[in-house]
Design a protein around this ligand. Structure first.
Ligand code: NAD
Length: 443
């Protein structure tokens, strides 16, 4: 099938590449000329495991093309995906500027019947706005062309996006058009072979499904962080509690890890956007607001512990940081808890020596050159002259470190484990003080 994808970010590039891998002819369009030039030169602008090889091989095979020119791309597509960003507006609601810009571009260039599929995470009712924007452009041109607007929200996880795209848990398709359902069932058939994954519904339910999924996951995280904060105060270990509750199949072990709060480009903005959607329809989403509030406080957790440990005075201290990306296996630092920690440390007069396996360039791009930040190329190099080590992202490479080496290189042997990846007694046996999240002891 001929497929066009608007947006070559985490969602658009992965979707376009996986569809090309299945034999479709895919054209990806972006307004970022630099990104398109890099992609055409075989340079992948984001880090996502397994993506680079797939982009290169499909590009070389002629099934995956990149362009900034929307007109031929729109003429190419039997199906046109919208996978552009929907960042938070000033009041937290989803900013639809990019989605509606793509809709207008489609309206200005559409030449034949087509199915427009929205993959961006958008407020309920956006499909109607996309349809109106396309229709307005067609009317302006004085032409009548049949088209459908479908909601097909994306559930891939950064860090495992190719895998999720190739083997999705579910494929939600929101439309009442039999033509669109037929086309998308054919397109997704290779991803839907061993059991039925397609969940058909109306457009509005599909749009809400995406927000409901992310809000549920964010709620699980904030719930566990709240339990961790209680555990810390009552002398209980949240890690034992986690095992104790996860064994109940109604609760399950997934996504109940306490830590320094959720970040990334989705949970924070989607919880906020859903709250604003509810408000605009006359409903106060009290639970969502609490989820956000707990998360916001949790992002300061490591800083509060570190500051207390040093008796409220961090001036002249150096803190070593392991992990900058908002989670492992990505270079994405959008809303990452590390950013809050670094800013708070700097504000308190401390310097930071940080290491991340993939986000070094992104950190350099975000923070620029500053005297109070050293981005190291090797994990143990952050320790030299540092007064403490803070673990912010649970990369596999940090899970079984050489604690004796850490002790020898730290000026003051103390670890603040923001992801509870270490056993306190193992760290303490190496002569290092240990503070985790909700582990029955506080500074
Ligand atoms: P991103 O910021 O990584 O990429 C968006 C891309 O769209 C950018 O390359 C940008 O240049 C491009 N773009 C903007 N305006 C354009 C236009 N008019 N024409 C063509 N390209 C344009 O975003 P992302 O992380 O891929 O997210 C895209 C959408 O998918 C968002 O709504 C997001 O909430 C949703 N989503 C993201 C994830 C995720 O894990 N990142 C998962 C599921 C859903």
């Amino acid at each position: 099938m001929n497929v066009t994808v608007f947006g070559t970010g985490y969602v658009g590039l992965v979707t376009g590449t996986c569809l090309a891998e299945m034999g479709n002819a895919v054209v990806c369009v972006d307004v970022d000329a630099n990104k398109i030039a890099r992609l055409n030169g075989g340079d992948i602008p984001i880090y996502e495991p397994g993506l680079e090889e797939l982009v290169r091989s499909n590009h070389a095979a002629g099934r995956l093309a990149f362009t900034i020119d929307p007109a031929p791309a729109i003429a190419h597509g039997d199906v046109i995906f919208i996978a552009v960003g929907t960042p938070p507006d000033e009041d937290g609601s989803a900013d639809l500027t990019h989605v509606l810009a793509v809709a207008r571009t489609i309206g200005r260039n559409l030449g034949a019947a087509s199915v427009i599929v929205n993959k961006s995470t958008v407020p309920v009712g956006t499909a109607d706005r996309v349809r109106e924007a396309i229709s307005a452009e067609l009317a302006e041109r004085g032409v009548t062309i049949e088209f459908d607007v479908v909601s097909n929200p994306e559930f891939l996880k950064e860090g495992d996006a190719v895998n999720d795209c190739m083997r999705p848990d579910r494929i939600v398709i929101g439309t009442d058009s039999a033509r669109a359902i037929g086309l998308l069932k054919d397109l997704y058939a290779p991803f839907n072979r061993n059991h039925e994954r397609i969940v058909l519904m109306d457009v509005r339910s599909a749009e809400l499904t995406k927000y409901a999924a992310n809000a549920m996951l964010a709620t699980k995280i904030s719930f566990m962080n709240e339990m961790a904060n209680i555990a810390e105060r009552v002398g209980a270990d949240i890690e034992l509690v986690r095992h104790g509750i996860g064994s109940d199949p109604r609760i399950g072990y997934h996504f109940i890890y306490p830590g320094v709060g959720y970040g990334g480009s989705c949970f924070p903005k989607d919880v906020q956007a859903l709250d604003r959607i509810a408000t605009s329809h006359g409903y106060t989403a009290r639970l969502l607001r609490s989820v956000e509030e707990v998360n916001n406080a949790q992002k300061s957790k490591l800083f509060v512990q570190i500051e207390r440990y040093f008796d409220g005075d961090l001036r002249g201290r150096t803190i070593a940081v392991w992990g900058l990306a908002f989670k492992p296996n990505t270079d994405d630092m959008r809303e990452a808890p590390s950013r809050r920690l670094l800013e708070q440390l700097w504000e308190a007069g401390a310097s930071v020596r940080a290491y991340d396996p993939e986000a070094r360039q992104e950190a350099q791009h975000i923070f620029g050159n500053r005297d109070d930040l050293t981005l190291c190329e090797q994990p143990y190099d952050v320790l030299d002259g540092a007064d403490a080590l803070a673990v912010v992202t649970e990369w596999k490479a940090f899970r079984s470190p050489d604690f004796k080496r850490i002790r020898a290189r730290l000026a003051r042997p103390v670890i603040f484990d923001g992801r509870n990846i270490y056993e306190p007694r193992v760290v303490e046996a190496a002569g290092i003080a240990y503070y985790g999240i909700g582990r029955g002891r506080s500074v």
